[in-house]
Design a protein around this ligand. Sequence first.
Ligand SMILES: NC(=O)c1ccc[n+]([C@@H]2O[C@H](COP(=O)([O-])OP(=O)(O)OC[C@H]3O[C@@H](n4cnc5c(N)ncnc54)[C@H](OP(=O)(O)O)[C@@H]3O)[C@@H](O)[C@H]2O)c1
Length: 300
Amino acid sequence: MKAIVINRHGGPEVLEPADLPPPQPKQGETLVRILAAAANPADGKWRAGLFESFAPVGFPHVLGYDVAGEVIGGEGFAPGARVFGMLDPFRKGGYAEQVAVAADHLAPVPDGLDLPTAAAIPTAGLTGLQMVERGLDLQAGQRLMLTGALGAVGRFALFAAKERGVHVTAAVRAAHVEAVRALGADDVIALGKEDWSGASFDHVIDTVGGEAVGALCRHLKPGGRVLTAATTPIPSDELPSAPEFFAVVPSGPDAVRLGAAVAQGRIAVPIARILPLDQAAEAQRLVDAGGLNGKVILTN
Ligand SMILES: NC(=O)c1ccc[n+]([C@@H]2O[C@H](COP(=O)([O-])OP(=O)(O)OC[C@H]3O[C@@H](n4cnc5c(N)ncnc54)[C@H](OP(=O)(O)O)[C@@H]3O)[C@@H](O)[C@H]2O)c1
């Protein structure tokens, strides 16, 4: 099968086409024909070798966490079924024509949802949802500070927090203030430009990292937690508690709920660009540069 692989770490130019043996599904796995795959910020970090010290990859390595497509065979779903989901982050394999996935990491694509949109959901959606539900178990009436709330993860965290009746103060780029208010944030801070003089926060969900986030975290109540998905560290001096890194896990049941929310129009998933798989390097350049306000999707 056709795939886009890396044979060394580096910039987007290390992505190259390859012809690989098609994956053979093991027990409990589904074989999926990939028709759409998302490019995520993590792809560029794996490509650059950022995680090499604790999770070395063998070459050739196929990047890509998120897929949507049709079932070819294996277990869990009927051949031809439309499915989507997040792949094991250590195995990956989204930048290809086929992948074998644990069946319980997949969900059916709801009727009416197109495959590029389904591929845009899993990693970002699962991260946002799981930070709210599994990470902090936020409760109605609690006050959350959420950074990067207009990003892919941030939008889903905002959605999941509002579903639970949480009061959300979004900290975003100054240019994003109005847009995030329109998405339902109760209060908005221009990150790095404004301090906060309102009520203290029960907890923080961070998707940005860095000093400006650390400065706002000083408005955390005693006992409050800072959960971060970002790889840029938050300086922890003077904070009531040390930031905790949150790692998303694939989940078919969580993907079912996210797919339903998107199909029902309860949350929008903007797509910035759709490119053919052989333009994976261009997709990663776009994602690495940021400022897209939407996902980049690769199609077969
Ligand atoms: N730990 C995990 O399990 C996990 C899972 C998923 C994602 N992540 C990480 O979480 C982060 C966010 O992912 P994502 O998919 O949501 O990315 P994204 O869609 O690019 O969203 C990031 C958002 O943060 C904003 N932002 C970036 N730097 C900022 C700054 N200095 N000040 C204010 N706003 C800033 C971006 O604005 P612009 O677009 O204007 O730059 C964008 O709105 C990435 O680092 C990703 O690798 C971690």
